[in-house]
Design a protein around this ligand. Structure first.
Ligand SMILES: *Cc1c(COP(=O)(O)O)cnc(C)c1O
Length: 471
């Protein structure tokens, strides 16, 4: 953070204190509205048991997502005052572009209103019927944007990534042999290779530099560009620093530049690690693809120097990018997530191991074995956390992934409930409350009902589906 220098002398192994102290203090506060369990039971029934349909005033601790929910810093709010709202060629665009390039030195930096707009534009240019786009694990909007063009979205995460209980330092890695086989067998159908860092749908698990290097080598040998879905690049780079041999003394910013150097472009949600409340971008090395994408951008997002954002947003993101690679921040961020995961494990609540960067993922299938996957154990746990404690979490299981483009249903690979931790928003006392609520859920878990869907849209059903409890 501007004016504050990281102190790398404070190593995790020297942290004598149990408290995961937030490396900031509070400058402006937002009140929470206290509610009772009876009130929340009525509200969630009105919302047809879909937590996306609640009024956020009725949520006490909102762990639905870490997307756009972070607290901006003093210096980001100050940067907002520098916003220049010129339609074309705003100086704020160049501040933004240079901050992106400082970490991701791609020739073309194209702002978008959020990550999915970058995905839509990229796959409108590269997708289409008969195509197949491999990733370690596609995020839900990425998958939806690939499939919307008629292409197939293929997940090639390593086997270890499918086992929630297994500890592996880089569970987000791609199975390089499977990628090689795909490119040998269907090379002409593959327009590009994606890598999601960290692997959000696979539990916020990191990808190693070694794996990224191997994936890039295979992709490039077959003449395919590699794109990063880089939403949590800084958390991924911190895990590399902590876990990958030879990386422990390096600057996170340098690790990020190494990741970028292996890729040909990126899609980005600036609502994640760049500490924005809104924003995204598409960055590309290739001139022709960039020209094609800029034309698509103008159709729906805006002129290429603002792409659906205000100049002030671009300034806030540029400052956020400088802050997120701070070692003090990342050490606190990763430790505070692990703090919650460790406490839940101690209560006997099975969590995906190891803890992810931005979220704790509870294994609802293991926790609620009395519910079949299509009785949505993840939904059952998410509703219980809300009713008992006002905590809003997100099902990542058969509700999110159980409906296929042809309308058929099949259980997802895992039934997870994600407790996503917004950046710099909640304190350790909020997390201690979450842990107490989890304890209460543990005492009633065997009696939690399953759910059935009574109404759903054809795509991205988890946002608007209506549920009712079974029995
Ligand atoms: C959030 C996210 C996206 C989509 O970004 P939005 O800004 O929500 O549109 C894409 N990929 C991953 C991995 C994400 O976490």
């Amino acid at each position: 953070m501007a004016g504050v220098t990281d102190n790398d002398a404070v190593r995790p192994d020297e942290a004598h204190f149990r408290t995961v102290m937030e490396p900031f203090r509070i400058h402006s506060v937002e009140p929470l509205r206290m509610t009772t369990a009876d009130y929340r039971r009525a509200k969630v029934r009105e919302a047809a048991y879909n937590l996306f349909q609640l009024h956020a005033d009725d949520v006490l601790i909102d762990l639905l997502t870490d997307s756009g929910t972070g607290a901006m810093s003093r210096d980001q709010w100050a940067a907002i005052q520098h916003g220049d709202e010129s339609y074309a060629g705003s100086p704020s665009y160049f501040v933004f572009r240079d901050a992106v390039r400082e970490l991701f030195p791609f020739e073309h930096v194209i702002p978008t209103h959020q990550g999915r707009a970058a995905e839509r534009i990229l796959f409108q240019a590269l997708g289409g019927p008969g195509k197949v786009v491999p990733s370690n694990t596609h995020f839900d909007t990425t998958r939806a944007n690939v499939e919307y063009t008629g292409a197939e979205a293929l997940d090639l995460v390593i086997e270890e990534g499918h086992d929630p209980a297994l500890v592996h330092p880089f569970k987000g890695n791609m199975d390089v042999a499977k990628l090689e086989t795909l490119l040998v067998q269907r090379g002409s159908d593959v327009p590009c290779v994606m890598m999601t860092v960290t692997n959000n749908s696979g539990g916020g698990q990191p990808v190693s530099l070694e794996n990224l290097r191997a994936v890039a080598e295979v992709a490039h040998r077959h003449g395919k560009p590699l794109f990063l879905d880089a939403c949590r690049f800084a958390e991924n780079a911190w895990f590399i620093r902590e876990r990958e041999p030879g990386q422990g003394e390096r600057e996170v910013a340098d690790i990020v530049r190494d990741m970028a150097a292996l890729a040909d472009g990126m899609t980005m949600s600036a609502k994640k690690d760049p500490m924005g409340n809104i924003g995204g971008w598409l960055a590309l090395a290739d001139d022709d693809l960039a020209a094609q994408c800029r034309n698509l951008l103008i159709l729906t997002e805006g002129f290429p120097t603002y792409g659906g954002l205000a100049g002030r947003d671009l300034e806030a993101l540029a400052q956020g990018l400088r802050e997120v690679v701070s070692h003090d921040y990342l050490r606190y961020r990763i430790r505070s997530t692990a703090y919650v995961a460790d406490a839940l494990e101690r209560l006997g609540m099975p969590c995906l191991k190891p803890a992810g960067g931005h979220a704790v993922y509870v294994d609802a299938r293991a926790l609620l074995p009395h519910l079949a996957p299509l009785e949505f154990p993840g939904q059952a746990l998410a509703v219980a956390l809300y009713e008992l404690g006002g905590i809003r979490s997100c099902e990542i299981g058969s509700v999110m992934f159980g409906r296929h483009p042809d309308g058929s249903q099949a259980p997802a690979a895992m039934e997870l409930v994600r407790l996503a931790i917004p950046r710099r928003t909640y304190t350790q006392s909020h997390m201690d409350y979450v842990i107490e609520v989890a304890e209460r859920v543990m005492s009633v878990k065997d009696d939690l009902p399953g759910y059935r869907i009574v109404h759903e849209p054809p795509q991205l059903r988890h946002f608007t589906a209506r549920f009712e409890p079974i029995g």
